[in-house]
Write a protein that binds this ligand. Structure first.
Ligand code: UD1
Length: 407
C-alpha cells in the first residue's frame, strides 16, 4: 500500500506541547508518512528549540520562518509559504492543533487545495471576538473534516454552529504531555537558582509560592490594564512570593510602560520564558497560579493546583466547572481577595475532567487511521478506560446523535 501522507503543522509554543504525543502515537507506522512543518511563528530558543528537545519532538522537516508581525501579516506569510509545500507534496491530511495564527493559516491553505483537515482542540469558544484566537478557532473548525474535542461544551458549540466535519471527543493531548514528562520536571529550587533568585527567596519559596503568566494582548497591550495587573502582583507578593516567567510581548510592554520597578520588591522573581520541564516543575509545586493562558488553565486542573484566570471569560469551561480554575477578571482587589482565600485553604480542589487521562493522542491516531483507511494499530487502550471515564464520552456521543437526529 502506498503510505498515506500526513502533514502536521505547528508554529507557537503551545502547539509543540500538543503535537509531541500525537507524533508519538503515529510512530513506527510504515503505512503512514508524517511530515512536521514549523511555520516559525515562535522562533526564540526559549519559546521554540528547548520545547522540541524536552518533548522529544523530531526536527521539523520544513521551517517556513515567518517570524513576528501582526496577525494578518503572520497569516498571510504562512499561507504564501505553505501553499507551494502542500502543492508539491500533496498530503492526504493536514493536522493542525490549538488556536494560534499558524493553526488557522494552515487550515485555510489546506482547504483551498481541497486537502482534508484534522483539528485537535476543536470547538472551544470564549465568545469574545476581540481575542485573536477566537477568530482562528471559528475559521479552523468551519473548514475541518475531523474535529477532535477536549470537553463536552466544545461539542455543543460545534453542533450549534452546524459544522460539517466529524466531531470526536478524544480528551486532551496537553494531559498526555504532562503525564509523559512529569517525572522529568525540574525542581523549583533548580529553576530559581538558574535564574538568579536569592537564597532567601528560594528558601522562602519552599514554604509556598505563586506562579504568574500573563501574555494576552487584552491584558498586556493596554498600559492602564497592565499597570493595574502589575500593581495587583505587587500587592499579592506581600502575602506570597511570586515567580513570574515573562513572555517577550509582556516584557516589552512592561519596559515601555515603566513598570519594572513595581516587580522589584524582592518578593517577585521574574525570569525569561521557561522550558516545558521547568514550567511543569513550578506548576506542580505552586500554591496557586495567576494566569491568562489557556493551556495553563488546563494544566492546573490536571495537577490539582488552584488557578486564578485574569480574564472575564474562558473557552475552557470544564476547568471552572470541574477543575481548579476561577475567573477573576482584572480588578486588583478581586485578585488579592481570591489569593487570600486560597492561602487560607479555601482554594478549589477540583477533579479531573472526562478523558483527560493521557490517552488522547492514541484516540486521535485511531480516528485518523480510520479516516485514511489505514488499519488502526490497536484500540485496546480504549477498552482499558475506567467506567467513570468512558461513560461521559459515551454520554456526549449519545447527546450528539440526539441533536443530530433533530431532538
Ligand atoms: C501566540 C498565540 C497565543 C499563544 C501564545 C503562546 C496567536 C494569535 N497567539 O501569542 O494564542 O497563547 O502564542 O506564547 O497565535 N516574540 C518573540 N519571540 C518569539 C515569539 C514572539 O520575541 O519567539 C514576540 C514578538 O515581539 C512578537 C510577540 O512576541 O511580536 C508576539 O508573538 P506572537 O506569535 O504574535 O503571539 P504571542 O503573543 O506569542
Amino acid at each position: 500500500m502506498v503510505p498515506r501522507k500526513i502533514d502536521c503543522i505547528v508554529g507557537a509554543r503551545p502547539n509543540f506541547v500538543k503535537i509531541a504525543p500525537i507524533l508519538r502515537a503515529f510512530r513506527d507506522r510504515p503505512e503512514l508518512r508524517l511530515r512536521l512543518v514549523h511555520t516559525g511563528q515562535h522562533y526564540d530558543a526559549a519559546m521554540d528549540a528547548v520545547f522540541f528537545e524536552e518533548l522529544g519532538i523530531p526536527d521539523p522537516d520544513i521551517n517556513l520562518e515567518v517570524g513576528s508581525g501582526t496577525g494578518t501579516e503572520q497569516t498571510a506569510r504562512i499561507m504564501l509559504k505553505l501553499e507551494p509545500e502542500l502543492l508539491a507534496y500533496r498530503p492526504d491530511l493536514v493536522l493542525v492543533v490549538g488556536d494560534v495564527n499558524s493553526t488557522m493559516a494552515a487550515a485555510l491553505v489546506a482547504a483551498k487545495l481541497r486537502i482534508p483537515i484534522a483539528h485537535v482542540e476543536a470547538g472551544l469558544r470564549s465568545f469574545d471576538r476581540a481575542m485573536p484566537e477566537e477568530i482562528n478557532r471559528i475559521v479552523t473548525d468551519r473548514l475541518a473534516d475531523l474535529l477532535f474535542v477536549t470537553e463536552s461544551a466544545a461539542i455543543d458549540n460545534l453542533l450549534k454552529e452546524g459544522v460539517s466535519g466529524s466531531i470526536k471527543f478524544v480528551g486532551n493531548v496537553m494531559i498526555d504531555s504532562i503525564r509523559a514528562c512529569l517525572d522529568r520536571a525540574v525542581s523549583p529550587r533548580t529553576t530559581l537558582s538558574e535564574h538568579g533568585a536569592s537564597a532567601d527567596f528560594i528558601d522562602g519559596a519552599e514554604s509556598g509560592f505563586g506562579l504568574v503568566t500573563l501574555h494576552r494582548p487584552s491584558n498586556v497591550d493596554d498600559p492602564v490594564t497592565l499597570e493595574a495587573l502589575v500593581g495587583a502582583l505587587a500587592d499579592v507578593s506581600r502575602a506570597v512570593r511570586l515567580v513570574f516567567p515573562v513572555h517577550p510581548r509582556t516584557r516589552t510592554m512592561i519596559v515601555a510602560a515603566g513598570l519594572q520597578q513595581l516587580l522589584d520588591d524582592g518578593r517577585i522573581v521574574t525570569t525569561p520564558p521557561l522550558s516545558y520541564l521547568r514550567a511543569l516543575g513550578l506548576l506542580r509545586a505552586a500554591k496557586l497560579v495567576i494566569t491568562d493562558s489557556g493551556g495553563v488553565q488546563e494544566e492546573t486542573t490536571a495537577l490539582g493546583v488552584p488557578c486564578l484566570t485574569v480574564r472575564h471569560n474562558t473557552e475552557r469551561p470544564v476547568t471552572v466547572e470541574q477543575g481548579t480554575n476561577t475567573l477573576v477578571g482584572t480588578l486588583p482587589a478581586t485578585i488579592v481577595r481570591e489569593v487570600e482565600d486560597i492561602l487560607a485553604g479555601r482554594g478549589k480542589r477540583g477533579g479531573i475532567p472526562p478523558l483527560w487521562d493521557g490517552d488522547a493522542a492514541l484516540r486521535i491516531a485511531s480516528d485518523v487511521c480510520a479516516f485514511l483507511g489505514v488499519e488502526p494499530r490497536t484500540t485496546s487502550h480504549l477498552a482499558h478506560l475506567p467506567a467513570g471515564e468512558s461513560a461521559p464520552h459515551q454520554a456526549a456521543q449519545e447527546r450528539r446523535e440526539r441533536v443530530e437526529g433533530g431532538e
